[in-house]
Design a binder for this molecule. Structure first.
Ligand SMILES: [Zn+2]
Length: 381
C-alpha cells in the first residue's frame, strides 16, 4: 500500500479556528504520469464531492492490488472557507464573503515567468520533468497573506507538481461539459467523451481570468506554444462541469468515478490489467470555442419558464424561455427570451424567480459572440 494523507494548514481566520486542506495520495512519482483532482472549489457545487468519495474508495482498492503506476493526489474538498460560508442556512460558496471575489478567479499565473525563463535559453528542449520542476520552483516563490489567498496558492502549489489536473465543478442546471486549453484539443475531447460530456469548450492558453486550471495550462501552454514540447508530452488541465447542482446521487457519482479511472488509465497512471478499459463507443464531444459562448440575460423580473432544455439545439431568433412578470397589467403575460446563437443550450437556471440581467441561459455556438472580450473567461457573475 502506498496511501498517505497530507494536511496543509492555512492561516487561521479567527482565534480558535484552524482551516486545513486535506489531500489523499496514492502511488509514487515515477516515470508514469501524475494526476491531481479536486472538487468543490465553488463550495456550493456538490456533485464532485461525492464523485471523489467514490473515486477514493476505488483508488484504495487499486492501491491494494498494486495497480497504481503513477501518482494520484485527490483533494476531496478544495474550499473549506467557502464551505463554512452559510447565510441563513444556505451555503454561499461561489464568492468570498471577505471581498466578493469568485473563488475560481485570480489564481497565480506562470506564463510570463515561464516565457522569461525560456527567453534566456531559447530553443532548448525541455522534458516534462524539467517543466514540472520549473513550475514548482516558480510557484514556491509566491507568497500569500489572507486565508483565501493562501488557499489558492496552496492548491496551485500542490496541483502544479502533477502532469494532469482536473477541477470538478457543476453549474446550475446543465449538461456535462469540459473547459480546457485549445492546445489540448485531443485530450479535452477524449476526457469529455469518456465522461459522457457532449460539449468541450476550448480557450487560448493565455486567456485571462485566472481560473484554477489556468495555473497549469498557462505554464505548460507557454512551453508547448514555444515548440519545446509536444501536446502529448505536455501537461493537461481541465475544468469538468458535472451537470447541475441538484445532480447528486450514488448512481451518477459511481459512474463518474469509474469514468475518471478510465481517463487515468488512458494517461497510463493505472495498470491496464486491473483498471477499467476504454470503450471505443464513447460519444465524441462537440468542440466549441469559448468565444462562442453567450450568457443570455433575463429581460425583467419574474418567473422564468423554459422552452428549451440543456443539450437542446437552438437557432438565432428562436424563443428559448419566457419570463412571466407577475406585476404587469395582464395576467400570465410573457416576455420572450430569444437565442442569439446557432448552437446548443448548455446551462439554464435551477431557481426560477429571476431579476433583470440575471443569466437565463448559457448558449454556445461555433462563431465568436459579438461584444465578447476575446480571451477572457465567461461572465464572472
Ligand atoms: Zn464552479
Amino acid at each position: 500500500m502506498t496511501y498517505r494523507r497530507l494536511d496543509i494548514r492555512l492561516p487561521s481566520p479567527a482565534p480558535g479556528v484552524q482551516l486545513t486542506i486535506l489531500a489523499h495520495q496514492f502511488g509514487n512519482r515515477s516515470n508514469a504520469r501524475s494526476v491531481y483532482l479536486h472538487a468543490g472549489l465553488h463550495a456550493d457545487e456538490h456533485p464532485g464531492l461525492l464523485v471523489l468519495q467514490h473515486l477514493l474508495e476505488k483508488l484504495l482498492q487499486l492501491d491494494a492490488a498494486g495497480a497504481i503506476d503513477g501518482l494520484v493526489t485527490v483533494v476531496p474538498y478544495a474550499n473549506p472557507i467557502g464551505m463554512s460560508q452559510r447565510l441563513f442556512g444556505a451555503v454561499v460558496g461561489r464568492f468570498d464573503f471577505e471581498n466578493g471575489e469568485n473563488f475560481n478567479r485570480n489564481f497565480p499565473r506562470l506564463d510570463q515567468q515561464v516565457a522569461a525563463y525560456l527567453a534566456e535559453a531559447p530553443d532548448r528542449a525541455m522534458s516534462p520533468h524539467e517543466c514540472r520542476s520549473l513550475f514548482t520552483d516558480l510557484l514556491a516563490r509566491a507568497t500569500a497573506t489572507s486565508p483565501s489567498q493562501a488557499l489558492k496558492l496552496e492548491l496551485a502549489k500542490l496541483a502544479i507538481e502533477h502532469d494532469i489536473v482536473l477541477d470538478l465543478h457543476c453549474d446550475t442546471d446543465c449538461i456535462a461539459h469540459v473547459y480546457a486549453s485549445e492546445l489540448q484539443i485531443d485530450r479535452a475531447t477524449l476526457l469529455a467523451g469518456i465522461m459522457g460530456a457532449p460539449v468541450a469548450m476550448l480557450e487560448p492558453h493565455q486567456a485571462g481570468g485566472g481560473a484554477f486550471d489556468q495555473v497549469h495550462s498557462s505554464a505548460w501552454g507557454t512551453v508547448q506554444a514555444a515548440g519545446l514540447l509536444s501536446a502529448r508530452d505536455s501537461g493537461f488541465s481541465a475544468t469538468v462541469e458535472l451537470r447541475g447542482q441538484a445532480d447528486v446521487s450514488d448512481e451518477l457519482a459511481a459512474a463518474d468515478a469509474a469514468n475518471l479511472l478510465r481517463f487515468l488509465e488512458s494517461e497510463r497512471v493505472l495498470t491496464a490489467e486491473t483498471s477499467p478499459t476504454l470503450r471505443v463507443a464513447d460519444q465524441l464531444a462537440k468542440v466549441f470555442p469559448l468565444d462562442g459562448a453567450s450568457h443570455v440575460p433575463c429581460p425583467c423580473a419574474g418567473v422564468i419558464v423554459y422552452r428549451k432544455a440543456p443539450g437542446d439545439q437552438v437557432s438565432v431568433g428562436e424563443v428559448i424561455a419566457e419570463v412571466v412578470p407577475l406585476d404587469g397589467c395582464g395576467f400570465n403575460q410573457r416576455v420572450p427570451i430569444i437565442s442569439t446563437v446557432d448552437g446548443l443550450m448548455i446551462v439554464r437556471q435551477l431557481k426560477k424567480l429571476v431579476r433583470p440581467g440575471e443569466r437565463a441561459a448559457l448558449l454556445v455556438g461555433k462563431r465568436p459572440v459579438r461584444d465578447r472580450h476575446a480571451g477572457s473567461l465567461l461572465l464572472d457573475f
